[in-house]
Design a protein around this ligand. Structure first.
Ligand code: ATP
Length: 458
């Protein structure tokens, strides 16, 4: 984490502002808040869950459904513990832990700044670092002894490696091809303080792309470009993203290249996704430990090879935090008024169209509800009739709703409604008959421009 005053100064929200908006508007709540919460655990509210869903769907569409070379799986979260022995997690998935000798708080050694305890301020009073395994474990079955110990997966990736052969044979896949998965992972993180950036239970979207060893570096470059394009498509401005190549010291012994996609969060540049070249490491490990051959027969050369792997691995929660920070804006309006707007891309906004009857009078309600019925199959909608229209527009601005549809007394006679746009606040009258199309056009026009892969220069 470096460069604390860089492009983030263009972002108008700090972590506290976003945390409070997220709670106030139903995106993210502290978990089990009525019991005082639970460290680093969060519950997603109605708007948060909708937004998270869109992030997953967009990823799945671009990584699986729109491609002819990637297929999906959903593996068990708690699986045979041997998987984690073979992958190296049992022996090596550790963080360096130090204890403050003054206040006994436990900290990740590489997160301690200036040799100072962030809890009590003591300087240089730390224990020697020791390795702390980050896997969360549990006991499976009715007998509580060590032989029943199993792990909550710390990543989804191993599910793809252990199913490599099953997928290859059932789907008749030829290299290069990928296997993708979205799901929860668990890590007993030592330092957890940045809202949903680092939690102990989180959601990953990972894809293992198996390729010929000779092409693996080109494949790695391709995925770096492709993944950046995906972030642009969510509305993240290019200046808030960067690729950071791992240094030789950071690289695992089996990796030829690894790059992180980093975002300028309020505290500095931090990883939102890792794009790792994992060589033949995982398939070889699982082959050695399971005794099963995990190779690919190349019909062109008549050779059996162990494919190499490139792995784009992203976190849903970190993406959601990034999008909220990116979208937050405070705008001064004419007449001294101001508003908070989340300028979310329509594709990820929890509500795309709000239906607002101008008054709560019974005369408007049936018509407004009819309009709502027409729109529900096409858009993520919300019906809001509480308080003044001005307040309702502000409320919708604050949750990032790109378009509002207002039903007023004229609607009863002219069968038209007003579309109000979030960003420009412009209002246009359109007939109900053409409303779906008019809204679709406007939403499309608000989607960010994404360069083609050929236009991408790293
Ligand atoms: P960090 O160095 O920040 O701990 P990492 O390099 O260990 O992250 P990976 O193992 O590469 O993370 O996992 C891939 C992605 O999963 C990360 O880029 C991140 O988006 C997400 N992720 C990992 N750990 C967490 C966590 N504790 N909370 C939320 N998301 C996480």
């Amino acid at each position: 984490m470096t460069d604390s005053d860089g492009p983030a100064s263009e972002m108008k929200a700090d972590l506290e502002t976003i945390t409070s908006l997220a709670k106030r508007r139903g995106f993210v709540f502290p978990s089990a808040e009525i019991y005082g919460g639970f460290a680093a655990a969060y519950d997603y509210g109605p708007l948060g869950v909708e937004m998270k869903r869109q992030i997953r769907e967009r990823w799945w569409r671009s990584m699986v459904q729109e491609r002819d070379d990637v297929v999906g799986i959903e593996a068990a979260i708690i699986t045979n513990p041997q998987v984690w022995v073979a992958s190296g997690h049992v022996a090596e998935f550790t963080d360096p832990l130090v204890e403050c000798l003054e206040c006994q708080s436990r900290l990740r050694a590489d997160h301690v700044e200036n040799n100072t305890c962030p809890n009590c301020g003591a300087v240089g009073k730390f224990s020697e670092p020791r390795r702390f395994n980050m896997m969360l474990s549990t006991i499976v079955g009715p007998v509580a002894d060590e032989s029943a110990r199993a792990f909550m997966r710390p990543e989804t990736a191993q599910g793809m490696f252990v199913n490599f052969d099953n997928v290859q044979t059932t789907m008749r896949k030829r290299l290069p091809f990928g296997i993708a998965q979205v799901g929860k992972s668990f890590r007993n993180e030592i330092t957890v303080k940045q809202f949903i950036f680092r939690t102990r239970e989180f959601e990953q979207m990972e894809m293992e792309y198996f390729c010929h060893p000779d092409s693996s570096l080109d494949v790695h470059t391709y995925w770096k470009k492709e993944r950046l394009r995906w972030y642009y498509s969510l509305g993240v401005r290019p200046q808030h993203l960067r690729l950071r190549d791992h240094t030789a010291e950071e690289l695992s012994h089996y990796s030829k290249a690894t790059s992180d996609v980093e975002v300028h969060y309020p505290w500095g540049w931090s990883e939102v996704e890792g794009i790792a070249h994992r060589g033949a490491y995982d398939l070889t490990q699982h082959s050695n430990h399971s005794g099963k051959k995990l190779t690919y027969f190349d019909p062109d050369t008549n050779e059996h090879i162990v494919p190499h792997v490139v792995e784009p691995a992203a976190g849903v929660d970190r993406i959601m935090l990034m999008l909220l920070l990116e979208a937050y804006d405070e705008e001064q309006l004419e007449g001294g008024d101001s508003r908070v707007v989340l300028r979310l891309a329509p594709g990820v906004a929890p509500v795309q169209v709000a239906i607002l009857p101008l008054s709560r009078k019974d005369t408007l309600d049936p018509t407004a509800r009819k309009v709502w019925d027409i729109l529900r199959p096409f858009f993520r909608t919300q019906y809001d009739d509480a308080q003044s229209i001005g307040r309702r527009y502000r409320r919708q601005d604050e949750i990032g709703t790109p378009l509002c549809v207002t039903v007023d007394f004229d609607t009863l006679t002219d069968e038209a409604v007003t579309i109000r746009e979030r960003d420009s606040m412009q209002q246009t009258r359109v007939p109900i008959t053409g409303l779906v199309m008019a809204l679709q056009e406007r939403l499309l026009a608000l989607e960010p421009h994404v360069p083609s892969i050929d236009e991408m220069v790293l």
